[in-house]
Design a protein around this ligand. Structure first.
Ligand code: GRF
Length: 202
């Protein structure tokens, strides 16, 4: 399946997805990396792996963003989109065009610590502020409400005494890097079965 990755940051998850796709038994190829920031670290990741990179600045009008995004997706015949730290809302027309075909990875056990403005270090800070005993990672489908689509898989991380934002971030990334490519393969298999069921993944 032809996959586009949308990312705004360093791109460590994007890189893992690209590397996994090179294995001969992977079920997808990464054909496009799209960012809202031309200078994001993920641009270097795309360059390093020779995957086409494009950027769309979201402060132009929304209709224009939507039009360009659909144009890039069409040009590359994208069949599935993986969000990997993409910090802008996906236009409704793109969500409508890709039903059950947009995945996101989030660094908490959704629905806890999700929603607008909850990303990156803010999530770990919030988790530590309320003295949770565990946190984790969620991979879910994307619909028009932030962090609310069907959950495909969650993995738990126990919070230890003396845990910091940095230590939590490190543990989270380690789990994400293994989990995301596996869930993407799983979901593609489900889609290809003709009767995809999010519950089967966990
Ligand atoms: C990840 O922690 C992911 O859960 C979140 O954004 C972060 C992206 O990190 N959605 P990276 O750019 O992949 O390193």
């Amino acid at each position: 399946m032809r996959v586009a990755i949308f990312a705004s940051g360093a791109g460590s998850n994007a890189e893992r997805l690209i590397e996994h796709a090179k294995h001969e038994n992977a079920l997808y190829t990464v054909v496009l990396v799209l960012s809202n920031k031309a200078e994001a670290g993920v641009a270097d990741v795309a360059r390093k792996h020779q995957v086409e990179f494009v950027s769309i600045v979201h402060d132009t009008n929304e209709a224009e963003v939507e039009k360009r995004m659909l144009q890039y997706l069409d040009e590359h015949q994208v069949e599935l989109i993986c969000l990997a730290g993409y910090l802008r809302k996906i236009p409704d027309a793109v969500i409508a065009r890709y039903p059950a075909r947009i995945l996101n990875i989030h660094p908490s056990l959704l629905p806890k610590f999700g929603g607008k403005g909850m990303y990156g270090k803010r999530v770990f800070e919030a988790v530590l502020n309320v003295a949770e005993k565990e946190t984790g990672v969620t991979v879910h489908l994307v619909d028009s409400v932030y962090d609310s689509g069907a959950i495909l898989k969650q993995e738990r991380i126990p919070i230890e005494v003396g845990e910091s934002i940095q230590s939590l971030e490190q543990k989270t990334h380690k789990i994400e890097h293994k989990m995301y490519p596996e869930v993407v393969d799983f979901w593609i298999d489900e889609l290809q079965s003709g009767a995809p069921n999010p519950k089967r993944c966990s």
